[in-house]
Design a protein around this ligand. Structure first.
Ligand code: NAD
Ligand code: UD1
Length: 310
């Protein structure tokens, strides 16, 4: 078991590839299962002999069985991360975002692998708790196929915990940012879009007045928590919000960006997106109680790292 790999589904993507780097640096062997739909081989240390890349789909049950066999733990990140894509094609995204989870849980049961980290989302709360920090017990209101699939995945993992002894650690990520987040779609994470445009001197569009707030967490801080979750002797039941309990407005974020790049390109304010959440902030007491949370990376520091200026 000493060299048994940790499987990261979606390991070639934004969050997964950072976790992959951290685990390799700690001496773990890592196996990545990724269909490279948004992930990139360039994100991975392909020449590292402790890294194995299996290119394929988590919706393929047989392939998932092969990928899980012989692993010490699984980190299940593979999903179509675009909420908008799920609205446009719920049937297609359901294959990755829900069937993929079921395949992972079932393969873990078959192969006797117990520990699994799962990337859920603040999207499961919908608009509930808006304006205050959102605690895990807040009633769920998944408003999109993406959120429905995340919530159903959480519930299936809990079934496998009760029935088959799986040890799921369910994280509900709020807004994660950092290098390698794909800025290519209009629905990509706002920081990835703004920083790419600022670096290229292209105009930036803020939807609304810029006073909407998000709880932004730097990917490197998240990864430290994920590594701890893999190493915990015992897993406590119940999903964990992952955020700083800090509200940053888009206007504040733009000021930080200006500090990093020197001067901003033109910033236009356009009509707010319909259905946009005004304020989203994590109650993170459970996170702080269960994990040794690092001194958080500041927005300026995180943006500097993203833009290669740190
Ligand atoms: P990402 O798109 O960079 O990573 C997703 C990875 O999964 C990519 O490498 C992609 O190629 C792969 N993938 C997609 N469908 C697949 C399939 N069917 N089979 C195999 N691989 C597949 O996005 P990310 O931001 O790194 O997201 C990672 C996880 O975290 C996702 O589950 C996402 O829903 C969740 N999440 C992210 C955020 C955030 O702020 N980034 C917030 C909440 C939840
Ligand atoms: C994010 C996640 C989503 C998750 C939700 C729950 C991403 C891409 N989306 O959505 O998966 O369900 O958190 O916490 O990570 N904006 C602009 N200009 C732009 C792009 C965006 O002003 O060019 C605005 C948006 O209108 C929004 C804010 O920026 O008000 C944040 O948008 P975005 O990064 O897409 O994240 P969320 O909507 O919070």
């Amino acid at each position: 078991m000493a060299n048994a790999p940790i499987l990261i589904t979606g390991g070639a993507g934004f969050i997964g590839s950072h976790l992959c780097d951290a685990l390799l640096a700690k001496g773990y062997a890592v196996r990545v299962l990724d269909d490279l739909s948004t992930g990139k081989p360039d994100n991975l240390q392909l020449s590292n002999p402790h890294l194995e890349l299996i290119e394929g789909d988590v919706a393929d049950a047989q392939l998932v069985q092969r990928a899980v066999a012989g692993c010490r733990a699984v980190v299940h990140l593979a999903a179509v991360a675009s909420v908008q894509a799920s609205v446009e094609d719920p049937v297609k995204t359901h294959q990755s975002n829900f069937i993929g989870t079921l395949n992972v849980a079932e393969a873990m049961r078959v192969h006797g692998v117990r520990r699994v980290l799962f990337a859920s989302s603040a999207a499961v709360y919908g608009n509930n708790g808006e304006g205050e920090s959102i605690a895990e017990e807040t009633s769920k209101a998944p408003l999109t196929p993406y959120a429905v699939d995340k919530l159903a995945s959480e519930q299936y993992l809990d079934f496998y915990r009760r029935q088959h002894g799986l040890e799921p650690v369910v994280f509900r990520f709020f807004n994660i940012f950092g290098p390698r987040q794909d800025p290519s779609s209009p629905y990509s994470g706002v920081i990835s879009i703004f920083s790419e445009r600022a670096a290229q001197g292209l105009p930036i569009t803020v939807f609304g007045d810029g006073e909407q707030t998000r709880d932004f967490l730097y990917v490197g801080d998240l990864v430290q928590v994920m590594v701890q979750a893999l190493e915990l002797a015992q897993v406590e039941v119940g999903a964990v919000n992952v955020g700083l309990n800090q509200a940053t407005s888009l206007n504040q974020m733009l000021k930080a960006l200006e500090q990093v790049v020197g001067s901003l390109p033109a910033v236009h304010y356009a009509q707010a997106r319909s259905g946009d959440i005004r304020h989203s902030r994590a109650d993170n007491q459970r996170l702080l109680a269960r994990f040794d949370f690092p001194q958080p990376t500041s927005m300026v520091e995180g943006l500097a790292k993203l833009l290669g200026k740190a």
